[in-house]
Unconditional design. Structure first.
Length: 311
């Protein structure tokens, strides 16, 4: 375990942007109001074509900007940011979705917990931006029986049911994840085979198995611009959730029961239902992408979903 960090360590806040100019600019505006002083904000632009980079330079000249010529995804973009955070000699990095708005004191509250030597990762309470008292994530849980991950507290109104004290969780969402860079040195960066989805859960499992606590902090608040009804609206999610779930189970060495539940009871049953039940005719595109996700897992084809799959 590392020695105790100083009480005001340098934090690099990493945003990954891909054609998300309005959301990114709004997030940067909220970060300007953050009360924690020893911070640098870094945006990794993933080959955007909407003028994001020029707008960031014009409106937020204090922000560090890395322009990738291609879309590296959530994982690749954040790993690029983590390497830059190391170069800046930061002690911590905060991975923050560009479609979030933060409370001014959220980082102060998180740092107070993160400086404990046994803590490796920290997350705030994350709410829906359109339902500001309703939780999207109060931490993450792995169900090793079903081979399934889920957000703790999802869709619950926050009535203080999680208490006021920090508590441990299986993993924390990559939407807002504070990590000690010494932990990254020990366990490695995000696994770029995922591209997006399940990478935060696998990272959290790695940190816990290395002996670190993964902690959620009530009182630290972030609002995420995701709609409850839109969580499964993208066709590409069917592909990533299928392929990456199996990759997660493999990398975490999940047991036979988890594999059976995930592969047969969940994925297999869903594919069969989409294929034969008339009420799921509108899911035929998702069905095809789930099948392709299975095929690519077995072929060892990872990273970004091929564009021809979405045609």
């Amino acid at each position: 375990m590392p020695a105790p960090a100083q009480i005001d360590p340098l934090v690099v806040i990493i945003l990954v942007n891909w054609n998300g100019r309005p959301d990114t600019l709004a997030c940067l505006a909220s970060l300007r109001a953050v009360t924690y002083r020893r911070k640098r904000v870094l945006v990794v632009d993933n080959g955007s074509s909407d003028g994001s980079a020029a707008a960031i330079r014009a409106e937020y000249p204090e922000v560090l900007l890395i322009e990738s010529p291609t879309n590296l995804g959530y994982v690749g973009g954040n790993n690029l940011g983590l390497r830059r955070a190391h170069e800046l000699k930061a002690e911590y990095a905060l991975l923050l979705n560009n479609d979030t708005v933060v409370a001014p004191d959220f980082l102060e509250r998180m740092i107070r917990v993160a400086v404990e030597p046994t803590v490796g990762m920290v997350s705030p309470m994350i709410y829906y931006a359109t339902l500001p008292e309703t939780l999207w994530s109060a931490g993450g849980k792995v169900d090793w029986t079903r081979g399934h991950t889920q957000m703790v507290g999802e869709d619950q109104i926050d009535n203080g049911q999680f208490g006021a004290e920090p508590y441990e969780t299986d993993f924390v969402s990559g939407c807002a994840l504070l990590i000690r860079l010494a932990v990254v040195d020990q366990i490695g960066p995000l696994d770029e085979r995922f591209f997006a989805y399940y990478e935060d859960a696998e990272w959290g499992v790695r940190a816990r198995r290395a002996g670190y606590r993964v902690v959620n902090v009530p009182g630290a608040k972030v609002w995420h611009k995701i709609l409850p009804e839109a969580r499964f609206g993208s066709d590409s999610l069917a592909y990533y959730f299928t392929r990456n779930r199996l990759l997660f189970l493999r990398l975490t060495e999940a047991g036979t029961r988890a594999w059976f539940s995930a592969f047969v009871m969940d994925i297999g049953r869903t594919i069969l239902s989409y294929a034969i039940r008339p009420k799921w005719r509108h899911k035929r595109k998702a069905l095809g992408l789930m099948v392709r996700g299975l095929q690519d897992y077995w072929r060892g084809r990872f990273g970004r979903i091929p564009t021809e799959y979405l045609a």
